[in-house]
Structure formats: structure tokens, C-alpha cells
Design a protein around this ligand. Structure first.
Ligand SMILES: [Zn+2]
Ligand SMILES: [Zn+2]
Length: 894
């Protein structure tokens, strides 16, 4: 097959193997060319829209993306086929710190830094990097078959989104919901920046633990506190003890005299203090310790910052001002010892946070940061879920959501980096007035000065992604897209960003649009390896989607992901299963080849025969009824986000009903002489195949499109064919019951053949004993078909009878099945074979059992070896049993 560059379908005979690579590339570029993914906005139609969880612009497709985007694409393709105005908005996130780091590493390789470059030049470099390298993940999503409306691709830093960010910031500020306040951050005194938690590396370090005596303010006693950083005591603003600690009852009325200073510290009672740890008394330094910061918040303590941004003690450190923090530590220890406050110094190994870039010890420090006051926003989001305007699937997440929202704290939105949306706040250098405006101010609104300085911090990356559902649709402009597609229909995302992202989108959406951002949220599980371990490069258990696609094809991979997508917290992914679904895709391909042989020259209108099912034979009525049931089930599962059920329903139907039974059953008609029978078989075959392809298209788009294009008649893309609708006329309980009986009878007879180990070509004499008259007449009617399918030279149907001794037999429903075995097998030769086999098995079993009874072996062998031997033993026992059953059966035939 030549690659088709024309828009016409050139019909060809489907080749023996499905060449997924060629088919995928050809169809994807054709879909793009024909703008098949473009959103329509037609009057009077339902709308269905999804915004993609924007991957980081630095991102590379991993298995989580693959799952997430497959599920989105399934819903989008389904709704597009249903005829909805369907939009899937794609895009990427500027990923502040992650992207800045990538470019900084590039600069480091050139032996320069962002500081040497300056802010403006550095940001130019980031944009340049994005132009050259930022599109990797987008191309990988295309390999996955994602049917996003690529003409509407957005970037959180593009012009439109940046203006939405600005608008939101200004409005929240003016409403009093954005403010500036103190916050504790990880501060690198060398890089002069706050670090995100994942930018701090914790190395176990040999340090010291200093035990210091803190006298009571009235001199009546003392507590001993322990610290690894004694210099921070200068910033202590309290001592905390557990409220039920008997040692310190009443201490809160006395207070502590902080050594080396003339300050008196309050004593606070806090349930978080561990009584068992040390003396149970804790020095509290809210400005230089994360936990202490929290205690400070709980008890409204003063914050005293004793170091500057370079890690040098400041004026608040009194006599120690001007000293580097580590020099200060030595001085403090010496002074404590000299004045008799030092109880002891212990060696102490503990984790010290270090800057991932320069390895400098990180100093937790309070600094001025920008916050969103989230309480009023959070309440609206909680209300939307409680009222059912927004549903979380699976609903087990509701509880987690509520409890998180109850405990939500103000959101720190400023970051001390360069790449991101710069905070639109200006301070007048003359009078200190702060201006937050949509347009850059040029003069101070209060004093008229033109000496204005813009805030240097940028916004947290999640700030812009919180606006994603409406900013991507054109807000603050009132666009047609916004009117058509907001609220979006469903958000599909992994549960680990429920709070970072989903909750914030809900808050912003409700506040600015007065409407939920999406009606449904589907939270999918995290993908782990087949043993439930997290996939990681160091463990070596990573499944790389692109490698898997190259090996098995996109359709097989997507089908696997869908089959695994049960609702829950964890998916255990087994690569071998992808190969299984590759075989399934091939099975469908081969079924289509078989169909094509028979129907390629037919007028597609032959499917009309399915409009009068009552005129069709049982097998046709049965498959149409099963097709209808499959349509009902698949649609229901899609509407309920039960993706694994979508896959299993399609799989069962295609493999076990359509291929295994129906195609076999109609061969006699297709190869027969009767023109009406032939026509009926071809018409139903084509109709069912068309339905199968449409049902499966959302999950496996490429193979279905390719086969579809090769069915008879003029064919436009399957993407816009109507999704199969429920057809009551096809529902046929009687046909399903009768066919069920026939299939049971055939399977039963086949089982007898297999158990007797008959040669596959051996012709048998079969008898069916069935007292039920209705059933008997069904079996009689289809005796010829049964004979063909079980290779019987005769099939006798009787109401009553006895099973002869020399026969194999089985029961299905209330029907007795009999196959005469006399003369078909050489009983003596078979018995001899079984005897030899038995000898071998017994010898082997003796060896294994001996080993397992050997104490020395049991004590010395690794547990996995012992387990393996036990497995072998169990298998041998089972095989021996089976062998004995076979030989008992044969004995009877003698
Ligand atoms: Zn640093
Ligand atoms: Zn001013």
C-alpha cells in the first residue's frame, strides 16, 4: 500500500498483518490536514468540552500522561461522534521553577549565570529555549492519537493568558483578597532566593546537639532546651511545653529569662510538643524554623528575625550583629559555657537542608510574600460540591476534598524567581504608595512621583493554571468560545493534584465566572509497576510510552491503559498485557480481512437486512441482539467514566461473540449456494462490523479508521460517524436464550473431545439427551450446524436414553451430551503412555519432596528458591492427579 496523499480512499485488500506504524502516521497527518479535531460551535447542539491538564513545557511524556490523555481522548471522540459541539483545549504550563532550572543548567554549561545575564536577557533565553525545545510533549501527545484542537493550543505565559492573570490579580487585590504578609520560606543565603521544598536536599550530617539551661523568670528553677542551631536562640520568642506535662504546671504564669539577652519569654502550652522528646520543653523561633513558625501562628507569637538575606546576624541580634551565622554559633556556645548555661554538647546526626544548586545550608527565614486570602473562595467551592453542581468521581474523594478545604490556609503566591508572571505591583520610592493596576502605572497616584519600582517576584505557577478553564477560552473578553464551552464538561486528572490544581480552579472559576469550571471531575489512579511499586528510573521499572508504542502500536497501548483504568488509587501496569491487546487488535484485523473477502464488492446498503431482524436466522438475530446489548453497556460505561468496563465489554464482544462464534456460524451461509442466505449473512456481517468499529474508535482510533475506510462504498472519516445508538428492534431475548443453549452444547461436546484427547480431525458420533421439548427442537433445528462445529458425522437428539460405558459425556444446562469413543482411541497405547508419564512425575516429585524435607536446604537456601521448589512440588502433585484421572477414564473404555 502506497502512502495516500490524496483525500480519497483508495480501496485495497487488507494485508495479512496490521502495519500500525504506517497506518498511524498516515491517518494522524490526514486528520490534521482535514482539521478533523476543530471544534464546531453550531447553534442548537449540546456542548462538550475538556481542558487538558497542561503538562509542563519541560515535560516528556510518561505513563501518567499517557493514561490521562487516552481517557480524555476517549470522551472527546465519543462526544464528537455523538454530534456534540466538541472541544478539547490543549496547551502547556510555563512551569516556573522547573523551566528556569533547565535554562540555568544550559547557562552553567556555557560557564555563565542568570545573574551575569540579567533579568531581561535571561527571560529572552527562556523564550528561545521554549521555541526550540518546548514542544516535545505536544508531539508525543500527537503520537498517542490525541484529538486536541491544536489551532487553539495555549501556553500559560502567552499574551491572552497573561492578561487574564493580570486581570485576576488586580481584581482580587482590589477586593482585598490579595495581601502581602510574612511567611516562612527555605532561603539560600548564597543564591538569595527562596527555594521550593523540592529544591532543598536533605543530607544526613554529623552535627551537634546543644543542651541549654533556660532559667525561670523568677529564678525558682529552669528548663533545658536542645537545639542544633544555638544562634537562633537570639530569635526565640517563646518556650513551648505540652499542656499536660506535669513538670511544667503553672510555668506559663512565670515565664523564661532568655540567656545572653535581657528578654523574658512567654511560655505557651501546645499539644504538638512531644513530651517524651528531651526534656519536653521547646525553644520557639518563629522566624527561623518551620515548625516554630506554625506554633507562632497558633499562639500569635512575635516574629523576630535575627539574620539578613546573606545569613549574617542583623541588629536584632544585639551584640552579635554583623557576625556570619556560623561564627555567631561559636560565639554563642562560648558565651553560654562561660556563663554556665551550657548543660552538654552531644554528637548528633541529623538531616540538614541544603540548596540543591550550591549546596549551601538553607536557612528557614520569614520574608514578605504575597498571599491570596482563600477562605471566602474555598467556601464557594465546598458549596458547589455539596450541592452537586460539581461531582467528583469516584466519590470516595469527597471526604478528602472537604477535609482539605476545611483546613485550607492562605495561599502564598509569590516566588523569588524570574520566569513567570511578574507581580503587577509598583511601589512609589518617594511616598511608599503601592499601586496594583491592569495598565503599568507611570506616576504615583498619591504624590505624583515617577520613581516607581515594580515587584521583582513572580507568581506561583499554579496561579495561572488555576484560571485555565476560562482563560483558555478568551476571558476576560466575552468570547463565543466562553459562551459555548464554559463551564467545561469534565476534568480528567490524576488525584495527586486535586488540591494544587483542581481545588484552585474551582475557587477561581466560581469567583470570576460565577459558575463551576467543570461539571464532573474524574480522578484517575496512579500507574505503578506490576508489583505495585512506583515507576522510577533508578528502580529500572519504567514503562516508556513511546517505546511501548513503537513495539506494540498506539491502539494496543491505549486499549491496555483503558482496560486498566479502574476507579481507584493505584493501577498495576504489566507490559505483557500490552502484547495481549496487540493480539486482540490483530484478531479484529483478521476478522475484518475475512469480512472484506466476502463483502468488498457489495453495495453498503445490504445492511438494510438488519432492519427486519424477524426475517433473519437465529445466529443473525442473536448477534444483532448482542450488538445492541454491547452498545447499551458501552454507552453507559462511557457516561459513568467506567473506562475499564468500556474496554472489557468491547473485548468480550469482539473476541468471544463476534469472532469465536458468529464468524464461524455464518461460514456455511457465506460459502453456501442460497443467494438470500448469502445476502443476509453479508448484510448483518457488515452492519455488526460497522458498529464494532464505531464503538471501539474512541479507544483505538487508528485501526478502526483504517478498517472503516476499506469497507465498501464511499467512506468519510469514522471520527464523525454517529456513535452507535441503542436499537430496541434488535433486542431479542429468545434468540439469546436459544443461541446460548447451542453454544453450551457445542462447547460441551468440544470439551468431551479434548478430555478424551481425540485427534482433531477424528469424526465422532454424538448424542444429545434432552427431556425439554423446546430445547430439543432448537437443537434438532441446528443439528447440522452443531455437527459441523464439533466434527461429528452424526448427531442424534433423543428425549431419554442411557449413557453407554464406553462413551465420554458431559452435562450442560439440563442436557446430557454423549460422544461414543469406542474405536476412536487405542486404549492400551494411551494407558501405556500415561504409565510412563506417571513414572517420570513420581521420580521428579520424590526428588523435590526430598529437598524440601532437608533441614539443611531449608535453612540455607534463599526464601525465593524455597518458594520456587514448593511451587514445583504443587505443580507435580496436580499433574499426577490429572494423569490418574485420565487413566481411570480410559480403564472404563476397556
Ligand atoms: Zn544556593
Ligand atoms: Zn508616591
Amino acid at each position: 500500500m502506497e502512502k495516500s496523499t490524496t483525500q480519497e480512499n483508495e480501496k485495497y485488500d487488507l494485508p495479512k498483518g496490521y502495519e500500525f506504524d504506517e497506518v498511524e502516521q498516515r491517518w494522524y497527518s490526514r486528520w490534521l490536514q482535514e482539521k478533523s479535531f476543530s471544534a464546531a460551535m453550531e447553534e442548537g447542539k449540546d456542548a462538550f468540552s475538556i481542558v487538558i491538564p497542561p503538562p509542563n513545557v519541560t515535560g516528556v511524556l510518561h505513563i501518567g500522561h499517557a493514561l490521562n490523555n487516552t481517557l480524555q481522548d476517549i470522551l472527546v471522540r465519543y462526544h464528537r461522534m455523538k454530534g456534540d459541539n466538541t472541544l478539547w483545549v490543549p496547551g502547556t504550563d510555563h512551569a516556573g521553577i522547573a523551566t528556569q532550572n533547565v535554562v540555568e543548567r544550559q547557562l552553567a554549561a556555557e560557564e555563565t549565570t542568570r545573574h551575569a545575564l540579567g533579568r531581561e536577557k535571561f527571560i529572552e533565553r527562556v523564550w528561545q529555549w521554549r521555541e526550540e525545545k518546548g514542544g516535545t510533549i505536544i508531539n508525543q501527545l500527537k503520537r498517542m492519537g490525541a484529538s486536541c484542537d491544536w489551532d487553539r493550543e495555549r501556553f500559560t505565559m502567552d499574551e491572552g493568558l497573561s492578561s487574564a492573570v493580570r486581570e485576576v490579580f488586580v481584581r482580587l487585590y482590589k477586593e482585598g483578597l490579595i495581601y502581602k504578609g510574612d511567611y516562612i520560606v527555605n532561603w539560600c543565603p548564597r543564591c538569595h532566593t527562596a527555594l521550593a521544598d523540592d529544591e532543598v536536599e536533605h543530607d544526613p550530617t554529623d552535627g551537634k546537639l546543644y543542651h541549654v539551661r533556660y532559667p525561670y523568670a523568677d529564678g525558682s528553677g529552669h528548663v533545658v532546651v536542645a537545639t542544633t542551631r544555638p544562634e537562633t536562640m537570639l530569635g526565640d520568642t517563646a518556650v513551648a511545653v505540652h499542656p499536660e506535662d506535669e513538670r511544667y504546671q503553672g510555668l506559663e504564669k512565670i515565664g523564661i529569662a532568655l540567656p545572653l539577652t535581657d528578654r523574658i519569654l512567654p511560655v505557651v502550652l501546645d499539644h504538638h510538643v512531644q513530651r517524651e522528646f528531651g526534656t519536653g520543653a521547646l525553644k520557639v523561633t518563629p522566624s527561623h524554623d518551620r515548625d516554630d513558625y506554625e506554633i507562632g501562628l497558633r499562639h500569635n507569637l512575635d516574629r523576630l528575625k535575627v539574620m539578613d538575606d546573606k545569613g549574617v546576624m542583623n541588629e536584632a541580634a544585639g551584640a552579635y550583629a554583623g557576625l556570619d551565622r556560623f561564627d555567631c554559633r561559636k560565639r554563642i556556645v562560648a558565651d553560654l559555657e562561660a556563663q554556665g548555661y551550657l548543660v552538654k554538647i552531644e554528637d548528633y546526626q541529623h538531616a540538614v537542608g541544603k540548596c540543591y544548586r550550591c549546596n549551601t545550608v538553607v536557612e528557614p527565614t520569614t520574608s514578605k510574600q504575597w498571599f491570596v486570602s482563600v477562605r471566602p473562595l474555598a467556601d464557594k467551592a465546598v458549596g458547589a460540591v455539596q450541592e452537586g453542581r460539581m461531582k467528583i468521581h469516584p466519590p470516595t474523594w469527597n471526604k478528602t476534598f472537604y477535609s482539605w478545604m476545611d483546613n485550607i490556609r492562605d495561599w502564598c503566591i509569590s516566588r523569588q524567581i524570574w520566569w513567570g508572571h511578574r507581580i503587577p505591583a509598583w511601589t512609589c520610592e518617594d511616598c511608599g504608595e503601592v499601586m496594583v493596576e491592569v495598565e503599568d502605572p507611570t506616576t504615583c497616584t498619591k504624590c505624583g512621583s515617577s520613581k516607581l519600582k515594580q515587584e521583582t517576584d513572580v507568581l506561583d505557577t499554579w496561579f495561572s493554571s488555576a484560571l485555565w478553564p476560562f482563560s483558555t477560552l478568551g476571558w476576560p473578553e466575552q468570547t463565543k468560545e466562553l459562551a459555548t464551552f464554559y463551564p467545561t464538561s469534565v476534568l480528567i486528572t490524576s488525584f495527586d493534584i486535586l488540591f494544587f490544581w483542581v481545588a484552585r480552579m474551582m475557587m477561581m472559576g466560581l469567583h470570576f465566572m460565577d459558575e463551576v469550571p467543570f461539571h464532573d471531575v474524574y480522578l484517575h489512579a496512579l500507574v505503578r509497576d506490576k508489583d505495585g511499586k512506583k515507576m522510577s528510573k533508578s528502580t529500572g521499572n519504567v514503562i516508556d510510552p513511546l517505546v511501548t508504542i513503537g513495539q506494540y502500536g498506539t491502539d494496543a497501548f491505549r486499549f491496555t491503559l483503558t482496560a486498566f483504568a479502574a476507579q481507584g488509587r493505584e493501577i498495576r501496569m504489566d507490559e505483557e498485557r500490552v502484547d495481549g491487546y496487540r493480539r486482540f487488535i490483530n484478531k479484529l484485523w483478521n476478522a475484518a480481512r475475512f469480512a472484506q473477502m466476502h463483502i468488498k464488492d457489495e453495495d453498503p446498503a445490504i445492511t438494510e437486512v438488519t432492519q427486519r431482524p424477524q426475517e433473519l436466522d437465529l445466529a443473525h438475530r442473536w448477534i444483532l441482539s448482542r450488538t445492541n446489548a454491547t452498545i447499551v453497556q458501552v454507552r453507559d460505561a462511557l457516561d459513568g467514566f467506567r473506562f475499564n468496563e468500556v474496554a472489557s465489554t468491547i473485548y468480550q464482544f469482539i473476541w468471544h461473540e463476534f469472532c469465536d462464534w458468529y464468524l464461524e456460524w455464518i461460514k456455511a451461509d457465506l460459502y453456501g449456494e442460497d443467494p438470500q442466505q448469502r445476502k443476509n449473512a453479508k448484510g448483518v456481517l457488515l452492519s455488526v462490523l460497522e458498529n464494532i468499529l464505531k464503538l471501539m474508535h474512541p479507544v483505538s482510533p487508528f485501526v478502526t479508521e483504517e478498517i472503516w475506510s476499506q469497507l465498501p462504498g464511499e467512506r468519510t472519516t469514522i471520527m464523525t460517524q454517529p456513535f452507535p445508538a441503542v436499537n430496541q428492534a434488535w433486542e431479542d431475548a429468545v434468540a439469546e436464550q436459544d443461541m446460548g443453549l447451542l453454544m453450551d452444547v457445542i462447547s460441551g461436546l468440544r470439551t468431551i473431545r479434548t478430555e478424551a484427547e481425540l485427534h482433531p480431525t477424528a469424526k465422532v458420533e454424538a448424542t444429545v439427551i434432552c427431556a425439554d421439548e423446546n430445547k430439543r427442537s432448537v437443537i434438532e433445528e441446528f443439528a447440522a450446524g452443531i455437527e459441523a462445529m464439533v466434527r461429528a458425522k452424526s448427531l442424534t437428539v433423543v428425549a431419554q436414553g442411557k449413557v453407554p460405558d464406553d462413551a465420554g459425556h458431559a452435562m450442560v444446562q439440563d442436557v446430557e451430551l454423549v460422544i461414543s469413543l469406542s474405536g476412536l482411541i487405542d486404549v492400551d497405547a494411551e494407558l501405556e503412555k500415561l504409565n510412563r508419564e506417571q513414572g517420570k512425575l513420581e521420580k521428579e516429585l520424590k526428588r523435590v519432596t526430598g529437598k524440601l524435607n532437608n533441614e539443611k536446604f531449608l535453612n540455607n537456601a534463599p526464601p525465593e528458591i524455597v518458594a520456587k521448589e514448593k511451587g514445583i512440588e504443587a505443580e507435580l502433585v496436580a499433574r499426577l492427579e490429572k494423569n490418574q484421572e485420565s487413566s481411570q477414564r480410559l480403564q472404563k473404555l476397556r
